[in-house]
Design a binder for this molecule. Structure first.
Ligand SMILES: NC(=O)C1=CN([C@@H]2O[C@H](COP(=O)(O)OP(=O)(O)OC[C@H]3O[C@@H](n4cnc5c(N)ncnc54)[C@H](O)[C@@H]3O)[C@@H](O)[C@H]2O)C=CC1
Ligand SMILES: O=C(O)C(=O)[C@H](O)COP(=O)(O)O
Length: 320
């Protein structure tokens, strides 16, 4: 029987050659997405990457499937019944996004704190118009509350600390994490939510945090606070966030992820004047495929040799 490695995202040619050579040694074939016919599905043992075509129904046509190497950190797009299958290995790319996302989040914050949009608007009109000095804020002595103290959360904490901020991390049980001034448990975070100047969601989506950020939550925030979501859109009740922003319960939101993507052109979020919307790009970076090869290839070697993974295996119970 043919055993297939289905590539739903492409590496550069020399890397594909390395993958093919290795696969060949173990009698596996490598096929790119456009070479996969429906009839091949039953032979697929490994999936690299992801595609919106990989629905529950399609995955059910793959009885030989043993391992999915997602090309993202979040694995919530994989249907739950597959994420919980005992005989299916899942790995992710957590780690690669930590630097670009952190840079992007601080680009959001510093642009806001340093009045860049106001000056861009003046420049567009050819007007020399310094904003009110009181509008220029500093990160020194500000409190940043970060939900998720994993790869992304830690990198953001390191950068925030250099800029003089106090970093409070939220994780599942409040365990201390190097880089944060203090960590608290999810569920015991409201006392900091009302004191934070900036709140950032960098959690994987799980049943615990689905729609966690709702109107009650936004009501506890300071009216001068910024809310940033680079985790997953479904952790936020979008209609409630819309209300909080229109009623000026909070100052601004910076959103990279949404309940449904792409964000519909009919979404009322587009109309708000205190929001910045980016199209799920904060993790994007030039060397992404190079870095993901460094995770995938050792995993492939170990999977083919011994049926186990050595990097980034997802815990099916936790979901990340
Ligand atoms: N916007 C984008 O382009 C990207 C978004 N992401 C999102 O960010 C998430 C995190 O990525 P990494 O930091 O690489 O993951 P990671 O696995 O290194 O860290 C996840 C952290 O979240 C914490 N966590 C999980 N559930 C929690 C809960 N209910 N309450 C508090 N903390 C909780 C864990 O304790 C852990 O510290 C991804 O799962 C993905 O959803 C990741 C990459 C790119
Ligand atoms: O890694 C993640 O998680 C992300 O959100 C990526 O940056 C984009 O992932 P996909 O939405 O393409 O799975």
């Amino acid at each position: 029987m043919t055993k297939l490695i289905a590539m739903f995202k492409e590496f550069k040619d020399s890397q594909v050659d390395q993958i093919k050579d290795l696969a060949h040694q173990y009698s596996y074939q490598v096929k790119m997405e456009d070479e996969l016919l429906d009839t091949d599905d039953q032979d697929i043992a490994v999936i690299y990457g992801w595609s919106s075509d990989l629905t529950q129904e399609r995955l059910e046509t793959m009885p030989a499937l043993k391992w999915i190497q997602k090309e993202s950190a979040g694995v919530d797009a994989i249907p739950l019944s597959f994420r919980q299958k005992e005989d299916l290995l899942i790995s992710n790319m957590s780690g690669i996004h930590a630097q670009p996302i952190s840079e992007h989040v601080f680009a959001y914050i510093l642009s806001h704190y340093r009045c860049m949009p106001q000056m861009a608007a003046s420049q567009a009109q050819g007007v020399w118009s310094p904003p009110d000095p009181n509008l220029f804020r500093s990160l020194d002595d500000k409190t940043i509350l970060v939900y998720g103290t994993g790869n992304i959360g830690i990198r953001m904490a390191q950068i925030g600390a250099v800029l003089g901020s106090r970093l409070i991390g939220v994780n599942t049980n409040g365990r201390p994490i190097e880089g944060f001034d203090q960590c608290i448990a999810f569920g015991q975070d409201k006392e900091w939510a009302c004191r934070a100047d900036i709140i950032i969601n960098a959690m994987p989506l799980t049943d615990l945090n689905r729609e966690y950020f709702d109107l009650d939550y936004f009501k506890t925030m300071k009216s001068s606070a910024l809310f940033i979501n680079i985790g997953r859109g479904a952790s936020v009740k979008e209609a409630d966030l819309h209300q909080a922003l229109s009623d000026k319960l909070i100052e601004s939101a910076y959103l990279d992820v949404f309940e449904s993507e792409p964000l519909s052109e009919k979404s009322s979020l587009w109309q708000l004047d205190n929001i910045v919307i980016t199209p799920h790009i904060t993790g994007t970076v030039e060397h992404f495929m190079q870095e993901s090869f460094k995770i995938f290839f050792p995993n492939l070697q170990s999977f083919l040799a011994e049926g186990v993974l050595v990097r980034n295996q997802v815990d099916p119970q936790k979901g990340y």
